[in-house]
Ligand binder design. Structure first.
Ligand SMILES: Nc1ncnc2c1ncn2[C@@H]1O[C@H](COP(=O)(O)OP(=O)(O)OP(=O)(O)O)[C@@H](O)[C@H]1O
Ligand SMILES: [Mg+2]
Length: 231
C-alpha cells in the first residue's frame, strides 16, 4: 500500500489562493481529520486532490507516481475516491443497484451490507424511500465498495442529526482499519478528531496545525488558536 504525499500545494480560485503551500501525507490505515472554519479551503483541497480542479503550484504523489497533472479518471484508477459535499444517491435505483454501480467485486457489496445492517434490510428498496441517514450510508457504501486506497470524505454529516452521524463514524474507522488512507472533512470537529489519528487544521487556506489529533482534543485552546490562524 502506498502513501499520498502533497507538497507546497497552492490552489487559486477567482482573485487569489484559497489553498496556500499546504503539505500533507496520508498513510494506509490512518484517518486524518481536516478541519477549519467555513471558507478555509477544505473542499478546495479535496477537489485539488481528486482532480476536480488543478493546482497552481506544488505536487501530489501516490507512492513514486507524480499525479499532479493526472485526470480525475486516472487518479481514480490509482485508488482515489472522493465523496463530495452534498453527494446524493441514485434515487430511482434500489440500494443494491446503487452499490453495484461502483462495486469492484460482488463480495464488496456484501461487505458493505455487513457494515451497514440497516441497508441489508432495505436492499431492494428504491434509495429515494430511505431516511437521510440511510441514504448517506448508501453514499459511503458506494465509496467503500469501490475499495479505494485513498478516500476523501467531505462533510458527510451535512443535514444529519449528530446521533445519526455518530452511527456512520465506526464504519469509516472499520474501513480505515482494512488499509485505506482517509481524509475526513467534518463540521463536527470533536467527533472527527476522536476517530482520527492525524489532524490538519486550515484557516484562510493555510495550515495552522499538522500532527496528531489527540493534542487538539486535550487542549481545546490549541484548536481554537489554529481555527483563528493565530497558532
Ligand atoms: N467555484 C469557486 N469559484 C471561486 N471561488 C470559490 C469557489 N469555490 C469556493 N471558492 C472560494 O474558495 C474559498 C474556500 O472555499 P471552500 O469551499 O474550499 O472552503 P471550505 O473550507 O470547504 O468551506 P465550508 O466549511 O463552508 O464547506 C472560499 O473563499 C470560497 O468563497
Ligand atoms: Mg466545504
Amino acid at each position: 500500500m502506498s502513501t499520498l504525499r502533497i507538497e507546497n500545494l497552492t490552489v487559486t480560485r477567482g482573485a487569489g489562493p484559497v489553498i496556500a503551500d499546504v503539505g500533507l501525507t496520508l498513510e494506509p490505515g490512518k484517518i486524518t481529520a481536516l478541519v477549519g472554519p467555513n471558507g478555509a479551503g477544505k473542499t478546495s483541497l479535496l477537489e485539488a486532490l481528486s482532480g476536480v480542479i488543478g493546482p497552481a503550484r506544488g505536487s501530489i504523489h501516490i507512492g513514486h507516481t507524480d499525479i499532479t497533472r493526472h485526470s480525475r479518471v486516472a487518479r481514480a484508477r490509482l485508488g482515489m475516491a472522493h465523496v463530495e459535499q452534498g453527494r446524493a444517491v441514485f434515487a430511482g435505483l434500489t440500494v443494491l443497484e446503487n452499490l453495484r454501480l461502483t462495486a469492484r467485486t460482488p463480495a464488496a457489496v456484501d461487505e458493505v451490507l455487513a457494515l451497514f445492517p440497516e441497508l441489508e434490510k432495505r436492499r431492494d428498496s428504491p434509495a429515494a424511500l430511505l431516511s437521510g441517514g440511510e441514504q448517506q450510508m448508501v453514499v459511503l457504501g458506494r465509496a467503500f465498495a469501490a475499495k479505494p486506497a485513498f478516500l476523501l470524505i467531505d462533510e458527510m454529516s451535512l443535514g444529519l442529526a449528530p446521533a445519526v452521524f455518530t452511527r456512520l463514524l465506526p464504519a469509516v474507522t472499520e474501513f480505515a482499519s482494512a488499509g485505506a488512507a482517509i481524509l475526513l472533512v467534518e463540521q463536527f470537529t470533536n467527533l472527527a478528531l476522536r476517530v482520527a489519528q492525524e489532524a490538519l487544521v486550515v484557516s484562510s487556506g493555510r495550515v495552522t496545525y499538522t500532527g496528531a489529533a489527540q493534542p487538539l482534543l486535550d487542549a481545546p485552546a490549541t484548536l481554537h488558536a489554529a481555527y483563528l490562524g493565530t497558532s
